[in-house]
Design a protein around this ligand. Sequence first.
Ligand code: SAM
Ligand code: SF4
Length: 335
Amino acid sequence: MLPLYQPTLTDSYGRQIKDLRISITDRCNFRCVYCMPETGVQWKDKSEILSYEELTYLAETFVSLGVTKLRVTGGEPLLRRGVINFIRTLNSIPGVEDLALTTNAYFLPEYAERLSKAGLKRISISIDSLMPKAFELLTKVNALGRVLEGIEAAQKYNLTPVKVNMVVMRHINDNEVVDFARFAREKGLIARYIEYMPLDGPGEWNRDMVVSGKEIFEKINAKYPLKPLIANHKSETAKRFTFADGAGGEIGIIAPVTEPFCGACSRIRLTADGQIRTCLFSLSEHNLRDFLRSGASREQLRQFISTTVLKKELGHRINEPDFVAPERTMSCIGG
Ligand code: SAM
Ligand code: SF4
């Protein structure tokens, strides 16, 4: 039986873990340059991937420990059959206060209505260019039109506020920073600019390719003066702004490389193959899947999770001279 009170999951630095990112697949139909290599990707065998029953059982266990926010991600989560039912199931877990999904939106025109009816609250959509050719170069798929349709469908079916994520890369798409802000104003979207992190598939990340949050802010602010939103939550990753002229939409700048926010991190990740990652940049993982499959009781799983959380790193070490990037790239970790 699940406990009747709501305990808290706390790491050894006193950070409360409230937010679980659940990756449901390592597969993807895109090959974004900052995330996946174009060829040679080895998918995990189906037997290694957690079933929906296992995922649900584990999600309930995390929630019983004090997690209140769930985000379903991947790979591309809408590629996995049964995702709508899974969202419905997650939404019915008592204690889940926020349920979100991150997607490349390729399948969203067909899925938005059903996701909304299943109880999905919010959605984040990756869109790194508003120009068809550049979009294709970045993702290796000619799909800008579908993604734009997906954004409209998300708005139509109230998966709001719709967040659109842009990973900003020097000499690749940084010329579109202001256009992206204009897009957010015109469509009433939350534009999220994300600094490029060393989690790319080809392993070509270098510091010169990172466009800092400060530079992004200055570019947007010069064209559309911004006003800070002071409602920022302590554990929120984005610095948020509205447009000073009162236009719709919002700007969020996420700067994990130049302005790390690890001190307020409330996140933990479960990979599609059932590994707990205590940090995006962890160099080791904790095999919850095998422990679950060995017949562990709910209480033993709770103990495993609580002990694992105590090993959460103080922070990522991107800016340290001896930084080593994790072996798994973002698509396998679950962003
Ligand atoms: N396929 C879905 C999508 O693209 O939205 C969900 C998974 S994707 C790994 C989740 C997020 O990770 C996306 O918003 C993507 O932009 C971000 N991401 C992937 N690689 C990144 C990197 N190297 N640096 C910063 N963000 C990255
Ligand atoms: Fe796929 Fe998302 Fe990674 Fe792009 S960012 S390759 S859509 S998992």
